[in-house]
Design a protein around this ligand. Sequence first.
Ligand code: PHE
Ligand code: ZN
Length: 883
Amino acid sequence: MDIARTPTTPDGNIEMADAAVEPKAPPEIRREDYTPFAWLVPATRLDFELGIDKTRITATLEVERNPAADPTPTIRLNGDGPKLVSLKCDGGDCAGHTMDGDDLVVTLEGDSHTIEIVTEIEPSANSQLMGLYASNGMLCTQCESEGFRRITFFPDRPDVLSTYTVKMSGPKALFPILLCNGNKVDEGSDGDDHWAEWHDPWPKPSYLFALVAGDLVARNDSFTTMNGREVELNVWVRDGDLERTEHAMESLKRSMKWDEEVFGREYDLDLYNIVAVSDFNMGAMENKGLNVFNTKYVLADPETATDGDFDGVEGVIGHEYFHNWSGNRITCRDWFQLSLKEGFTVLRDQLFSQDMGSEPVKRIEDVRVLRGAQFPEDSGPLAHPIRPDSYREISNFYTATVYNKGAEVIRMMRTMAGEGAFRKGTDLYFDRHDGEAATCEDFIKSIEDGAGLDLTQFRLWYSQAGTPRVSVELAHEGGEAVLTLSQVVPDTPGQTGKKPMPIPLKIALFDRESAEHSGEQLVVLDTESDTFRFPGFAQLPVLSINRTFSAPVTISRNIERSDLVFLARHDDDPFARYEAMQDLMVGHLVAASKGELGDEERAAGTTDIVTALRSVIADEALDDLMRGELLSMPSQTYIMEQIEAADPGRIFEERESLKATIGTELKDELHRLYERAEAVPYSQSAEAKGARKLKTLVLVYAAASDPQKAAELAAHQYDRADNMTDRQGALMVLTGIDSAERTGRLLDFYNRYRDNALVVDKWFSLQAMSLHPNVIEHVKALAQHEDFTMKNPNRVRSLYMGFAVNPHGFHAASGEGYRLIADLILELDPINAQTAARFVPSLGRWRKMEPVRSAMMREQLERIAAAPKLSRDTFEQVTRSLG
Ligand code: PHE
Ligand code: ZN
């Protein structure tokens, strides 16, 4: 279970020379070194004798030489800590075997063999939550990416597909429910023990293996597929959580239907099981026929989950379901191809959520995530292409780049092809590569052939990192609008001198008088610079560009503030309208933070912003969900990204001051908005969700302009709330205000929900994300709270991720915030390396900060790097961040 590995010779002796020279640099794995595995494993049999403290596994592998690979006299079976109890080849002794580091290398002389391996592991001691582990008295697995090797020795790579038959046995009292991939084929009892045998007919890589054993109850339902297959659906949870599974089940059925209608994909087993576990490193996992979920993405009811939580459940349920085709039926050849399944599946879940709710609001949310998480990654030390070239620890590459930029890249193909042609491309992909471990190149080729696109140059999006910057100029010459576009793809670590990429930009040219345009057009910029002419304009039109965010780029242009006000009022593309509103505020805040604004300019800027917001409030054609988007301020993180050597303190002050001005200037309008929203009763309708969004938004502005009044209003909203959205929104505002209401409601919230772990997570994170001046002291005190534990990733994230994304706390001028996160990383690393490493990027932003903070951040990274024993995960992230 020790993650920090010591190099060993094949016979297991520690290699002192190596250890002395480079004690902790794990090897770099490179994409170009891929070779197919020398053996096929057509069938795998696993026999689990389950116990919380000790589990024994007998693995029987049928192996044959792979005719497509170079022959070798040995087979390499990856391991990561399981105790080897016995090893047999064809029922007797093997011709030879040796340990190479953690791997078991077995000599095989013939062309086909049966290997039997017995291992033992300790699930209750597994705090990394990879492999087989105990959570809340139950047993579950997490094998992606390289967790299966913590269970038994196996070719633990995604291009080795095998058909699994699994027998699970254990005490009936502890584990009344025994689940695995595929279908249950047999079961029986043996005194206090019982057993179940499962068979999964679909060949799969080891990372999709899963089992669950525990005391669980299910919400049961069914779905009939387009060809009449009756599928049993179960959502398994702990007793007591059943009432909170309805939304998950409904989301699952909607996903199944949607994938049939939109992508022509049908489910392929008679059973679909989802299990919720409270200790989980990520959101959820798409194991074949047995998804394992973080409880956060399963459990939801109005009393304990916000509207955002409901959307999260729907999106993640969809995501894991869609993986059944984009990930499981067609998997990845190697981990460099991760975006093949993740980028595509994120796009699929985004389109699904767009169809289930508000399309433009979902698009805005997705772009916000991209800009908040991926753009910073792409402009920092951890930048990598969506198909990386090398890694030391693959867990570090489950990134916003691979997932979210990966989705954007495929979305661009869809935009260029059009929906119908794109569907022909995906049909061809599913048809051509079904049952295979494929590459990103296979996907691109299928879209090319099926959709009839030439993606030769477009492939650069897969190999070049960095967010392209597009400069825009619009001129008026002899009755024509003349658009000049140029692009720069910035240097990133290890990549310089990049080539221009095809950038599809949806544009519209608005007539200033009529505020109308004569149709949206798609312009593809595929050279460094290009000019596009549009005849028929008597005067310079107003340009709306990158509509629907058709390309994941940054746009730089000198646009008149009055044009932004124009677009914020008239643009018929909701995304572009939102964008104009944001640009108006970002432009102002960037200039103000840099000290570039004189009094007059400052006043003119705020007046324009207030005027634009006022027209948004008054616009009766808007629904309230969209109105909420248009009324939201850009995040501090996003503003920081626009500034070299950013001073977070300064930006914070300017942003708060603008917020206060808006709150004061629009006091009456906001108040009326609140009253109108307050009258809408709770429901899951878009109207009611919009109303709830507005209420808390009004409180946010009030908190900046009139804190005492806001505290009263928030306390009132808290007290009469009949749902978590209102309650959490009110408490969020209250935690930032030093007031009597704050203490009372925080206490009430805790006492009310202390038995619900997901809500207690909210209680931790609200305080960690608060604008309160003493937030650092609060976080330190919360770390000592009896409900805080380093063993549960949700709890760790709720406190410390909340804090790390709180610029007000994390970037405190004292440097205390940086030290706090570095301390956390060092303490968490030996317990849960994957989760610990996810905190490193926040410190990795040091180059972007003003000199004093920059030095303090770097110092903390160096302190982590100097620690004697770091995990592979944290080691890689820290060295790249310093590099
Ligand atoms: N493959 C999972 C998903 O995106 C994410 C995941 C990765 C979960 C690694 C656990 C471990 O759906
Ligand atoms: Zn996924």
